[in-house]
Design a binder for this molecule. Structure first.
Ligand code: SAH
Length: 210
């Protein structure tokens, strides 16, 4: 179920759906997604579907992870990336294989701890995790060349815009009941907004859960 063949099939499907970045496809092929879900769900890890990770949260479907990673990378190589919503750590791990350094913030402490264990198991050393409310970003380490938010909001948190480097790209699900992927690019002090395809994410919530 977690064999190379099922992974190949997933990659083929993503390619057919329009994911064209060879680096992203290679990471999806080689990264063991089954390590990011409970054992009982491991047999579904290479289906193109979202899976529950506890605390009413979900690991995004592989297509969405690939699509958002591809959008973030489309502006050129990325040094520092900030992720809001570590969750299982799967998207974090994908980013860690594609960019220099990843800083990821999660509001639910238990999810953050489990993600940390998984990232250590995979020996991904270019990731730093933080327990906190992502609305604030992570100011001490700003600016970031890319910011990826994996929970939906009707407003783009101001702190995230402030922490985006000139030339940087921010990708997030925008909206509430209906959501669309939003791509923001910063040129100097000017931000350009582009709404893309519909998506479905859990909401970006206030405060932390310890
Ligand atoms: N990217 C994750 C899944 C995201 S689910 C993965 O690959 O598994 C959305 C995650 O965002 C959840 O873990 C949720 O707790 C977190 N989240 C929601 N609001 C947040 C906030 N304000 N700050 C940080 N994390 C938040």
């Amino acid at each position: 179920m977690t064999s190379q063949r099922t992974r190949e099939r997933l990659v083929q499907r993503l390619r057919e759906e329009g994911v064209s970045d060879a680096r992203v496809l290679e990471v999806i092929r080689s990264l063991p997604r089954h390590l990011f879900v409970d054992e009982a769900l491991a047999h579904r890890a290479y289906e193109d579907t979202a899976l529950p990770i506890g605390h009413n949260q979900t690991l995004s479907q592989p297509y969405t992870v690939a699509r958002m990673s591809q959008l973030l990378l489309a502006g050129g190589p990325l040094d520092k990336v900030l992720e809001i919503g570590t969750g299982s750590g799967y998207q974090t791990a994908v980013l860690a294989r594609l960019v220099e350094r990843v800083f990821s913030v999660e509001r639910i402490q238990h999810l953050q701890e489990r993600a940390r264990e998984r990232l250590q198991t995979l020996d991904l050393r270019n990731v730093v995790l933080r327990w906190g409310d992502g609305h604030e970003g992570w100011a001490a380490l700003a600016p970031y060349h890319g910011i990826l938010v994996t929970a939906a909001a009707r407003e783009v948190p101001r702190a995230l815009l402030e922490q985006l480097a000139p030339g940087g790209r921010l990708v997030m699900p925008f909206g509430e009941q209906t959501q669309q992927l939003l791509l923001i690019t910063r040129e100097g002090s000017h931000f350009s907004h582009q709404l893309l395809e519909p998506v479905r994410f859990v909401p970006l919530l206030e405060g932390v859960v310890g």
